[in-house]
Write a protein that binds this ligand. Structure first.
Ligand code: MSP
Length: 511
């Protein structure tokens, strides 16, 4: 199976996306988790010179958004303007370097969605039908009796579904379902981890019904009007999924980027939105005659201190609070690294101080500050002009090439897991090696310089290696080594005589 990243006109490019977040309330660390994961991937691939497009944004239409905006006493546009800017601020605070932020209320999106639905109608994929069913506003989708808990509530949102009877436009899923199944089974469309792929195949086995792509405008006025039927609003999930292509100019005058960046190499999503992305989305794309994404990387749903985050429990953790206490890089690390990517897990807040001190202050921060101080003391604050001791360089180079292999193989789950484990593993090895070599006890200048040269090269390579996770710290280290302009891919090392200073307050201990 070919999972290698997409080539376009002989240039390797990489397209990664997050889901677009409901503009109902400000982001919490659950949303930050998805976005940090995508940012790490985007930075990893940028570092090796790929043409990267990283897309995120906000999902601003639908009954749920309208309901909350209404409760706040604002109009939906005014309300979503505020929430969208809170998302943008949070991403700035977390050093998220996206290439585009799409809002579904933007004209470019509205135009693209209308164009797509018109196309689906013209190609015979849409038909009208009266429908009666249970609707959960929390999920923004119809649910069946079997989905409800013993109290008759939809389990994820703990809401009683409404009984709805109405005329809707339906998408003839049945027509493309065998092709969707084939894309998944023949490996054209990868879903990782494996359990999620099996979950999707199970759903397909069980049979999927056609889904409705519109709601009566009278009931759901906040949305994009169906271009060929003004009594209907386009269903929010169809509206939302199309963001991945409208952001690239599909159906609007800003076209052109589709050619360069579509299909996406990876959509990062949580498990709650798997069905929409693994079945509905490729089905819509097939009907539109567009290429399907190459991979869906599904992460786990996590709890905080053992509980699901919710407004009612009042335990939603704001990314801003973490940034304030630990700084931007450490907040990224603590949010992303509580448990392996792809699994569900718990983020224990009481362990944050401990993990920060152990993994960042004592490991990364410690090695960098020891080596830069030693260079100041024994080598006039300059990279020594001597062949380096390879003991320090080799483990970092080996780690970088293992990571590179996963990147070429388009294995986002492994790429993310590797970066965060290398931060601790490589730091551990380097600190142990410098203790063993003890250059501060070395009487022979040449032998000491060889160790110091090896150590400072290792600092540089180690900072490059973990830069996707800790971008600010890596930048500070590279600056302290006068290496701002050197490439991040390790193709060029430090040169003798380059000035070395100690970077300021790199992960100071917290207590
Ligand atoms: N708007 C839809 C997505 C449309 S994409 C075309 C939506 N938005 S959401 O804001 O509810 O969720 C967005 C993402 O955040 C999902 O991938 C979801 O899994 C993730 N998370 C929200 N809370 C989370 C946790 N507690 N843990 C992990 N991820 C979480 O769904």
């Amino acid at each position: 199976m070919d999972r290698s990243i997409t080539t376009h006109q002989d240039r390797q490019r990489y397209t990664v996306t997050t889901p677009i977040y409901y503009a109902t309330k400000p982001p919490h660390v659950g949303h930050a988790y998805t976005t940090i994961a995508a940012d790490v991937l985007a930075r990893l691939h940028r570092n090796v010179g790929q043409d990267v497009h990283f897309l995120t944004g906000t999902d601003e239409h639908g009954a749920k958004v309208a309901e909350i905006a209404n409760q706040s006493g604002q109009g939906p546009q005014e309300y979503t303007d505020t929430i969208a800017s809170q998302y943008q601020e949070a991403w700035k605070a977390l050093a998220i370097q996206y290439d585009d932020f799409i809002r579904t209320t933007e004209q470019r999106h509205v135009q693209g969605v209308q164009k797509a639905t018109q196309y689906l109608k013209d190609e015979g994929f849409l038909y009208e039908k009266s429908y009666s069913g249970l609707y959960c506003v929390g999920c923004e989708s119809f649910v069946s009796e079997d989905d409800l808990d013993e109290k008759g509530l939809e389990p994820l949102h703990q809401r009683k579904p409404e009984i709805i009877e109405e005329k809707n436009w339906f998408f003839a899923l049945e027509k493309v379902l065998p092709s969707v199944r084939k894309l998944i089974t023949d490996g054209t469309f990868h879903i990782v981890p494996l359990e999620r792929r099996n979950e999707v195949l199970g759903l397909l086995e069980h049979g999927m019904e056609d889904f409705s792509v519109s709601r009566p405008a009278k009931r759901v006025p906040w949305g994009i009007p169906m271009p060929f039927d003004s009594t209907q609003t386009i269903y929010v999930w169809v509206d939302a999924l199309l963001n991945y292509v409208t952001a690239l100019g599909y159906g609007s005058s800003e076209g052109g980027r589709m050619d360069r960046f579509w299909p996406a190499d990876v959509h990062i999503i949580g498990p709650d939105i798997l069905k929409f992305h693994a079945i509905y989305w490729p089905a819509i794309l097939l009907a539109l005659g567009q290429a399907t994404p190459r991979m869906l990387a599904v992460h786990g749903y996590f709890t905080v201190d053992g509980k699901k985050m919710s407004k009612t429990l009042g335990n939603e953790v704001s990314p801003f609070d973490l940034v304030q206490r630990y700084g931007s890089d450490a907040a990224r690390y603590l949010i992303l690294s509580g448990f392996p990517f792809g699994q569900s897990g718990d983020v224990a807040q009481e362990k944050f101080d401990e993990r920060y001190n152990a993994d960042l202050a004592h490991t990364f921060g410690n090695f960098v500050s020891r080596v830069t101080q030693l260079i100041g003391k024994y080598a006039n604050g300059e990279v020594p002009d001597i062949d380096p001791d390879d003991t320090f360089i080799q483990p970092v180079k080996d780690a970088a090439s293992r990571l590179r292999k996963e990147m070429l193989d388009n294995a986002p789950d492994k790429e993310i897991t590797m970066v965060r484990s290398f931060l601790v593993e490589i730091g551990g090895v380097l600190n142990t090696e410098i203790d063993r070599a003890a250059p501060w006890l070395e009487k022979d200048d040449i032998a000491r310089d060889r160790v110091l040269r090896g150590c400072i090269e290792a600092v540089f390579l180690y900072a490059n290696l973990v830069s996707p996770l800790l971008p600010n710290a890596a930048q500070a280290v590279r600056h302290a080594l006068s290496a701002d302009s050197l490439p991040y891919d390790g193709s060029e090392g430090l040169s003798p005589g380059m000035k070395v200073t100690k970077p300021e307050s790199l992960f100071p201990k917290v207590s």
